[in-house]
Design a protein around this ligand. Structure first.
Ligand code: DLL
Length: 432
């Protein structure tokens, strides 16, 4: 089933909607946001110059740093009295990327989430077990209100507490599981260890997974372990949260809700737009958001887009599952981690140097993070009390500021592997 006819509109109609909404969005940001007015003026572009979808290429890019520079609400285009919800990007330091929604934006978000649910075969008959984290992260509440929109019963389980979650899934007869893919596999593993009978004890039929890069192998394992259909959802707070795109049952690629989001693929180095089908950085312009409209947002996510028709009947273009990042961001159990933010925490700790190494690995199916930090020459490793205190300080600071649960190991000066004299900052052992 398809939630909205807009998803199967002819290409010309999609593009006509996009041009009209793009021009309207450009007009609004130009009139309301001093930031965009300045950027448009610097490039000498006027919103009235937008006559085709390709004209988006005349507009300036927006970067994560722009949102940080205008922390917290500087890029909002409606008064705070109109804002009904605030979220932020996961895993951010003192100055997170803050996003806001007015009532209209909430409708848009619920609309795209209703499409996601429908694409995965979920309806009012279902019980959705929502294991995405509730809070500033958009995952929990995005999946929550979207489920309410389609009339499904949603169980707001949030993250963690594996045994309890399994009990709720069994007792409440969950038919749909929504959580990160790694958590879905972890749940399956714990259920198997506890001797649960997947066919008798659970009623799951489908799952909607996303928020972190996932290999094909892991997706297959999740689908097989639970005996369910696997649907992938993609999104980011800056654009809306979950619900930018989703995979249907006919393809591994994800349909982008093009009447709300205009997607381009660019060469991350030159900023030039690449032809259809080529891999590059995904750039998105919101077409209907009001509180925080964003022009040409550089997502940092590497993918490709094709427009050929899909067997499901939807005509919206499809993006490939994210294949990597254009920057050094890591995603650890769904939380975004920038090495620069870890560095910031270390720089604010006495007794250690800025030579550190982040090691991402798997423990079972969950990600685990270890951070090695070289101590200063003057703190000697034989002072066990100091060492323990410094280690705990860094761990607590990472957890409180960045929501990163990492094991910190203090090591001797000059012991971290160097590559051309520079400490190797990130070692990612999770890749297959
Ligand atoms: O992760 C929103 C979300 C919640 C998406 C629940 C899907 C499900 P942020 O915390 O702002 O928002 O992180 C956005 O997560 O730029 C990608 O790098 C990554 N990401 C999101 N979905 C996928 C996916 C949410 N399906 C960042 N595959 C994005 C790979 C993903 N990476």
């Amino acid at each position: 089933m398809i939630w909205n006819q807009a998803e199967s509109a002819p290409r010309e109609a999609i593009e006509a909607t996009q041009v009209a909404r793009l021009r309207e969005t450009a007009r609004r940001v130009y009139a309301i946001s001093p930031f965009y007015k300045k950027k448009f003026d610097e490039l000498g572009v006027n919103p009235e110059a937008i006559k085709s979808v390709e004209d988006v290429q005349k507009l300036p890019f927006t970067k994560k740093q722009d949102l940080r520079d205008h922390y917290p609400f500087g890029l909002f285009c409606v008064p705070m009295s109109e804002v009904v919800r605030v979220h932020s990007s996961s895993g951010t330091t003192g100055k997170p990327t803050v996003v806001g929604y007015n009532a209209h934006d909430m409708e848009v978000w619920n609309e795209v989430m209703a499409r996601v649910y429908t694409m995965s075969g979920t309806s009012a008959e279902d019980v959705v077990h929502n294991g995405y984290g509730y809070g500033l992260f958009t995952g929990g509440l995005g999946f929550h209100t979207g489920a309410e929109k389609i009339g499904a019963a949603v169980v707001p389980a949030s993250g963690g507490f594996t045994d309890r979650q399994l009990m709720l899934m069994r007792d409440f007869g969950a038919t749909v599981l929504a959580c990160t893919p790694s958590f879905a596999l972890h749940l399956a593993e714990v259920a198997a260890k506890a001797g649960n009978d997947f066919r008798k004890d659970y009623k799951l039929k489908t799952g909607i997974f996303g928020a972190e890069p996932t290999s094909k192998g892991l997706k297959e394992e999740v689908a097989k372990a639970w005996g369910i259909d696997y649907h992938e959802v993609y999104g980011l707070s800056e654009i809306i949260g979950p619900g930018v795109s989703c995979s249907c049952k006919h393809s591994d690629r994800l349909h982008i809700f093009e009447d709300h989001f205009l997607a381009e693929i660019i060469d991350p180095k030159t900023g030039e737009v690449l032809p259809e089908g080529e891999r590059g950085e995904l750039v998105i312009t919101t077409l209907t958001k009001q509180a925080l409209p964003i022009i040409r947002y550089r997502t940092g996510d590497i993918t490709s887009i094709v427009k050929e028709p899909c067997a499901c009947g939807r005509t919206h273009a499809r993006m490939e599952s994210i294949v990597g990042r254009a920057d050094d961001m890591l995603i650890v159990n769904g939380v975004n981690v920038y090495p620069s933010q870890v560095e910031h925490v270390i720089a604010n700790t006495e007794g250690v140097t800025l030579n550190y190494q982040i090691i991402a690995d798997k423990k079972g199916h969950l990600d685990k993070l270890e951070i090695l930090v070289e101590v200063s020459e003057d703190i000697l490793v034989d002072n066990a009390g100091d060492m323990e205190r410094i280690k705990k300080d860094i761990q607590a600071s990472l957890l409180n500021n960045l929501y990163i649960n990492a094991a910190v190991r203090l090591v001797e000066p000059n012991s971290i592997e160097r590559s051309v004299g520079k400490a190797v900052r990130v070692v990612d052992k999770r890749r297959d």
